[in-house]
Design a protein around this ligand. Structure first.
Ligand SMILES: Cc1cc2nc3c(=O)[nH]c(=O)nc-3n(C[C@H](O)[C@H](O)[C@H](O)COP(=O)(O)O)c2cc1C
Length: 175
């Protein structure tokens, strides 16, 4: 893949919130997590974990924790990407809190792109009640859910979402 194909690949991903009933195979799940585990992390401590959820009742509960977002219930697979504070704080102290959130966010991004590489559909969900989510998944106190990533098969929208001009993001040398 050359650099323009890479940009085309990235630009071709978009959030999809409607899925068919088709299953996601174990092979696809392992591929996506393999991709996530290539992500960089602070001190290579990989302060992230992911809970893969297929069970319909648990997806329903997570959908409620995500304020009723229907795609959380409807996606055949959810990856709940979590920051593992202990893994990072054991070396970095307080700074490790931020590093763990960054590690989890990058791993989640890789999951999203791995899904795209498999021509699966996905949606990053950040709006959810953290305490409810922790209870549903039995997360220990040092583990913070950062994102729910919905994975399924479906149809990408005909039109991709727009972006602000790159010049608005890019500051040369100073703000
Ligand atoms: C931090 C974050 C939180 C998000 N939370 C939600 C969410 O709770 N529900 C949802 O449907 N989409 C959510 N999204 C997806 C965005 O709405 C979407 O990425 C954005 O509109 C750009 O569209 P695109 O992904 O199709 O390019 C979130 C994305 C990010 C990065």
């Amino acid at each position: 893949m050359d650099s323009s194909e890479f940009l085309e690949f990235l630009a071709g991903r978009s959030s999809v919130r409607k899925y068919s009933a088709d299953e996601i195979s174990e092979r696809e799940i392992v591929y996506m997590v393999d991709c996530a585990s290539t992500a960089p992390s602070a001190g290579n401590l990989e302060a992230w974990d992911v809970v893969m959820v297929r069970d319909p009742e648990r997806r329903e509960a997570l959908s409620e924790a995500a304020f009723g977002q229907h795609h959380v219930r409807d996606a055949p697979v959810l990856f709940v990407v979590c920051a593992n504070y202990v893994r990072s704080m054991s070396r970095y102290g307080e700074r490790g809190i931020l590093y763990a959130v960054q590690d989890a966010t990058i791993a989640g991004t890789y999951l999203l792109l791995a899904a795209h590489a498999l021509q699966l559909c996905s949606c990053w969900v950040g709006a959810f009640d953290e305490e409810e989510t922790k209870n549903i998944l039995g997360l220990p106190p040092h583990v913070r859910p950062v994102a729910i990533i919905c994975i399924g098969r479906g149809k990408p929208p005909a039109e991709l979402t727009g972006r602000m001009p790159v010049a608005e993001h890019l500051h040369y040398e100073e703000w």
